[in-house]
Design a protein around this ligand. Structure first.
Ligand SMILES: [Zn+2]
Length: 87
């Protein structure tokens, strides 16, 4: 997506500058400190260990998938329309 490194799941979904910016935006809005995990599996595992209020647990569990999906859509948009703007 950034055209600076090989596209691997971990780079695309976690470490790419575009993905990193999206993750940072989410954590800044939610006032959470998070160190980017090494792998996507580690991200899901660490995410599921987070202690959150029972009222938001079902939503909380879906957040990584939603962010991954947004990144995937943006990646496809850039690949197939040659656009560089994050929608
Ligand atoms: Zn990248």
């Amino acid at each position: 997506m950034c055209k600076k490194e090989a596209e691997t799941p971990r780079h695309l979904l976690l470490h790419c500058e575009v993905a990193s910016e999206l993750w940072s935006m989410f954590f800044c809005l939610s006032s959470i400190n998070w160190t980017t995990p090494l792998t996507v599996k580690d991200a899901y595992e660490s995410w599921s260990l987070w202690k959150v209020d029972k009222a938001i647990k079902k939503i909380w569990i879906m957040i990584p998938a939603c962010i991954f999906w947004c990144i995937w859509l943006e990646r496809n948009k850039r690949c197939f329309t040659n656009s560089l703007a994050l929608a």
